[in-house]
Ligand binder design. Structure first.
Ligand SMILES: [Zn+2]
Length: 57
């Protein structure tokens, strides 16, 4: 079973920055202020940016 919302991790701190409902087909990134480390980060919406259950905190 797959969860509906997938957490994206911040490339700076590795913590959960936001959620997406699904990975888009096009390569896009989100530029946002990370709620954890407060840096402006670009997060690519791909599998590499997803936080896995194992590293979930
Ligand atoms: Zn961060």
């Amino acid at each position: 079973m797959e969860r509906k919302s997938k957490p994206l991790k911040c490339p700076r701190c590795g913590k959960r920055a936001c959620d997406i409902s699904e990975i888009p087909k096009e390569k896009i990134f989100i530029e946002m202020k990370c709620p954890q480390c407060h840096n402006i980060v670009r997060i690519w919406c791909n599998k590499d940016s997803l936080k896995t259950a194992a590293s979930y905190n």
